[in-house]
Design a protein around this ligand. Structure first.
Ligand code: 5GP
Length: 174
């Protein structure tokens, strides 16, 4: 049997997303920004966040893979590329969680090849204690400790993405 312990509540997430949206709106005031969502984990965060941003936005998706179950395989691959031409544009990369930092580092370098004017990063969760590579993050929702979290877009083998809170699976013996 599995039980889920809440780590960040729905209300806490919603308040934080509104706060991040306001900060981003001020920083990108009167500018065009392309929100690039890293699939799949950031899709719910992006959907909520974009509705709190008042700057002129467009949206695109990229997909990377490195995880299998609860472990990073260490090798990052792009499995879905951008559709928009981002040359000369401001990119805000929207991430679900930064753990070792390899995915973000790889994605930033990959996006830079498309010739944008600037790239900034907004992540819902930061598992800073697990960082193996130095990466710069401009907007952070919550810091989490060394645990495997699910919900609000994040999965465990494709389950639990639909939860409106962030939790951790507790394995119960029966
Ligand atoms: P990194 O390359 O920074 O180690 O890992 C980043 C990616 O690994 C995230 O985009 C996410 O897909 C996955 N990941 C890392 N930690 C967790 C976690 O605690 N829960 C879930 N569901 N995915 C995670």
């Amino acid at each position: 049997m599995e039980k889920i312990a809440t780590i960040v509540t729905k209300d806490e997430i919603q308040r934080k997303v509104a706060e991040l949206g306001s900060l981003i709106s001020v920083d990108y005031k009167d500018r065009d920004v392309v929100l690039v969502c890293n699939l799949k984990g950031a899709f719910i965060f992006l959907a909520d966040l974009c509705r709190h941003i008042t700057a002129r936005i467009s949206i695109d998706f990229i997909a990377t893979t490195s995880y299998k179950g609860t472990r990073s395989t260490g090798t990052v691959r792009i499995i879905k590329d951008l559709k928009l031409d981002v040359r000369g544009k401001h990119i805000l990369l929207v991430e679900d969680i930064v753990d070792t930092g390899y995915t973000l580092d790889y994605t930033m370098k990959y996006l830079a090849l498309h010739g944008p004017e600037s790239i900034r990063v907004c992540t819902l969760l930061d598992k800073r204690c697990k960082r193996e590579i130095d990466v710069n993050i401009d907007y952070i929702g919550f810091e989490v400790s060394d645990r495997f979290v699910i919900g609000y877009g994040l999965d465990y083998d494709e389950r639990f993405r639909e939860l409106d809170y962030i939790g951790e699976i507790i394995q119960e013996e029966n």
